[in-house]
Design a protein around this ligand. Sequence first.
Ligand code: SF4
Length: 352
Amino acid sequence: MTNQKLKLLKEKSIQRMIFFERTNDFLRKFFFPYKLYRYLNIENHYNVSFVFPTVLFVESTNSCNIKCIFCPRRKSRKKIGFMEFNLFKKIINECVNYDKLFELFLHKDGEPLLAPNLTKMIKYAKEKEISKKVAIATNGILLNEKKSLQILKSGLDELVISLDAVTPENFEKLKGVPASNFEIIEKNVKRFIELRNEQGLTGPMVKLKIIYMKETKKEINDFIKKWKPIADSVPVRAYITWAQSVKDRNINPVKVSKKIHPCLAPFNNLAINWDGEVSVCCVDWNKELIVGDTKKETIYNIWHGKKLKELRIRHLNGDLKGLQCKVCDFRMSLPRMNLLVRKKLMRKTLAI
Ligand code: SF4
């Protein structure tokens, strides 16, 4: 079996575990296969990282062409902009000096296909071989034939398309743009896969994504049935409120745990905004958790800097008062089973 086939098989089994666990109360409470998978730490990007982050989000742009009702970005006070290619190069050039990242995402709060330098950025990151995976998540509206060919040429490893609906009516309701875009996206995705296959390419892996929430609950099975034969993977993602910044549309609202469990994000990843300022994680849509600026500092110095260290200590001590982390449902969704081991490792990062 080729590497690509193995990768696909693994991806599909993980998605299946997540789907069953997410949509089945019994599995969630008593069996939790996906939590077990993460507990066993089969993929060590859930590990704590000592020297340099293992996952990087680099925001190519925070501009967007749709208005999803479950996204807080329009409330943000941030300026809209596009990352300059020289800044991007500086970031990537620094990464060359460290172990390969597990994942490099070229999106954060915007639509990456709006960024004029996107394919140049993907190519550069791939040439420098700084990450095992380079990925983007897009709404797919701008994925026309010309853009598709550019992306295919760039060497991208993973393309996630957030379609989030089965019917044009629901799409319009959830995404805040005319239903006509629904057909455009469907056509774009199918053509993209066709072009990839015609060229005999094995990548990028194409994932068609839907969020599990009140408005999509009834459509989930149809979504999977429809896209399974076409896309490489059909992930069903959990709904998050972006630290209580949008209405909770969870089917079973997330129970806020009284115990504060440390979040893994400050111990293994960073999110660089388009202007170079560094957020602790991709949930930081409004720059509440800025820990540095890549225009003035190195990623290494930010990673080992005072601000991030203080935040890590607060997470480990369960002292999140006044921080968005306190109400963040992404933190709460991280695995807790191996907490003791992880806490020990997390404390070790503070000594470095
Ligand atoms: S708790 Fe949420 S906001 Fe805080 S670092 Fe973790 S993911 Fe980010």
